[in-house]
Ligand binder design. Structure first.
Ligand code: AMP
Length: 148
């Protein structure tokens, strides 16, 4: 049966695990024609730290955005993802990913997922946060480091 997925939004945090997440997303489209779209979200610093940051963070923020754009483009190149399918946006991670998936009418969101235990379980994961608000399927790719 052909893959039902044609438009995939891949969310990357720009860490090394992004390669695994992207490879899995590209695998879903193997042998079928479809589109990969890549998103990286930067949480606004002032929003993340509020009044605890007693300085103007505008320059720092634009530096982060530029750096993230470069990294996202490097990952995108490996899978021939065109520039117009790369989104580096400021906002809250889950809301921004869901908003982009909706506006693209994506049929699959692909994210990485770490196994959690103990207190981390209470915090939840990005993947779990996406599922309730998503209008399409969500693929959570296990990205835990293998133990030797
Ligand atoms: P978690 O298990 O919550 O650490 O989620 C890790 C995964 O969530 C990453 O592999 C990405 O797919 C996604 N993710 C985390 N942070 C971001 C971000 N800033 N922008 C886009 N996706 C992200």
């Amino acid at each position: 049966m052909a893959s039902p997925y044609r438009k995939i939004l891949v969310a990357i945090d720009c860490s090394d695990e992004s390669a695994t997440v992207l490879a899995r997303a590209a695998g879903v489209l193997e042998g079928v024609s479809g589109e990969l779209h890549l998103i990286h979200v930067i949480e606004p610093l002032a929003l993340a730290y509020g009044a605890d940051v007693p300085m103007d963070v505008t320059d720092l923020q634009s530096g982060l955005v530029e750096q993230a754009k470069q990294t996202a483009h490097q990952y995108a190149e490996r899978y021939h993802i065109p520039d117009k399918h790369i989104y580096v946006e400021l906002g809250s991670i889950e809301k921004t990913i869901l908003g982009k998936a909706d506006s693209l009418e994506a049929d699959l969101i692909v994210v990485g997922s770490h196994t959690r235990s103990g207190l981390a379980l209470l915090l939840g994961s990005t993947a779990r946060g996406l599922v309730p608000g998503s209008h399409c399927d969500v693929l959570a790719v296990k990205v835990d480091k293998k133990k030797d």
